[in-house]
Ligand binder design. Structure first.
Ligand code: 5AD
Ligand code: FES
Length: 353
């Protein structure tokens, strides 16, 4: 009979596990098995990235969204959400401040806000690249046409984050209104990869209706898609959404999945997310110790931070960019890792920077 220790060894060696073996591994783990899993994940990570944790400066530039995802506090039906848009000047000033603080990756994220047309987004990307050619620019602005993605790429965008949320069509329909589909989401991810972006996909852990089979489907989807980045964090309910009364995902499930993803995709850039830091005050540190190697401190102006609320209880909404930068530096140093502000490209691109 295979033990969980054995399963973890096989997973590390083969970068995959048979579905039923993976199911058993994720179902329950002793403390000893968990510690072993985390250690294997950290070892694999350090083969490629040593003890580096990459920082990305996140600018949440608009809280308007045309979508109505049932889990998200920014959904258009949430009339209590506070909406804001940053101007191009404000966004560039934020990016400049991030650069001063040492960030060499700027992530531009927003709800799906048609106010910013493709020309506007291209000008923004080109503006940042022009002022800071040594910076990588990551976009996270949702589903677009292939032509739009191509235009942003030609304007200089390097990376794109778009979680699939769940690769199961029925579960996708359970989480989203009818106008959104997993087919289009996957089409977007395929387009982004073909165009040449470093692409990030991902899921929420413990989202309403999620079953172990959904998680297995997502893991094998990721193994087939081979993303450069994977964003996973616990689902956390937002009081003004249809899922207000649902339970949050757990820290343990999120950490186990971070480790498993690290073992399946050894070179992946894997953030310890703000959502993980929200359900556990040491969540991000625990994430790094489970195999994550990226954190994304907030660079948004402090006046708007409390308005970009995907879920309840989000941390760091009262801080200044410099505070977040230094807070993360301390936290990461505290667990024996070293903050890197270099671009931190996916190491399959030609070595660690
Ligand atoms: N809890 C946790 N994560 C959420 N996201 C959206 N709403 C929530 C929530 N309530 C995640 C989604 C999205 C990313 C930007 O934030 O996975 O892709
Ligand atoms: Fe924002 Fe710690 S990361 S205050």
């Amino acid at each position: 009979m295979t033990s969980n220790m054995e399963r973890i060894r096989i997973l590390r060696k083969e970068k995959t596990l048979a579905r039923e073996e993976m199911r058993i591994l994720l179902q329950s783990m002793t403390e000893e098995e968990e510690t072993f899993l985390f250690r294997q994940a950290c070892e694999v990570c350090s083969l490629y990235y040593r003890k580096a944790v990459f920082l990305r400066g996140l600018i949440e530039f608009s809280s308007y969204c045309r979508n109505d995802c049932y889990y998200c506090g920014l959904r258009r039906s949430n009339s209590r959400a506070q909406r804001y848009r940053l101007s191009a000047e404000e966004i560039l000033a934020c990016a400049d401040q991030g650069y001063e603080l040492g960030f060499r990756t700027i992530v531009l994220q927003s709800g799906e806000d048609p106010f910013y047309r493709d020309d506007d987004l291209c000008r923004l990307v080109a503006g940042i690249k022009d002022r800071h050619p040594d910076c990588a620019v990551t976009l996270s602005v949702g589903e677009k046409t292939r032509e739009s993605y191509l235009r942003y790429f030609q304007a200089g965008a390097d990376r794109y984050l778009l979680r699939q949320e769940t690769s199961d069509p029925a579960h996708y329909r359970y989480l989203h209104p009818p106008e959104l589909s997993i087919e289009n989401r996957k089409r977007c991810l395929d387009d982004l990869k073909e165009i040449g972006y470093q692409v990030g996909c991902g899921i929420m852990v413990g989202s309403p209706g999620q079953t172990p089979d959904h998680i297995l489907d997502d893991l094998y989807y990721m193994a087939a898609f081979q993303p450069h980045m994977v964003g996973i964090g616990p689902f956390i309910p937002h009081r003004d959404t249809p899922f207000a009364k649902e339970k949050s995902g757990t820290v343990a499930d999120t950490l186990h999945l971070l480790s498993v993803i690290r073992l399946m995709l050894p070179m992946v850039l894997l953030p310890a997310t703000t959502a993980l830091g929200t359900i556990d005050p040491r969540g991000r540190e625990k994430g790094i110790l489970a195999g994550a190697n990226v954190v994304m401190p907030n660079l948004s102006p402090s006046g708007v931070r409390g308005k970009y609320l995907l879920y309840d209880g989000k941390i760091c909404t009262g801080d200044e960019a410099a505070e977040c930068r230094h807070c993360m530096e301390m936290r990461i140093a505290g667990i024996g890792y070293e903050v890197k502000v270099s671009r931190g490209d996916w190491c399959g691109m030609g070595g660690m920077q």
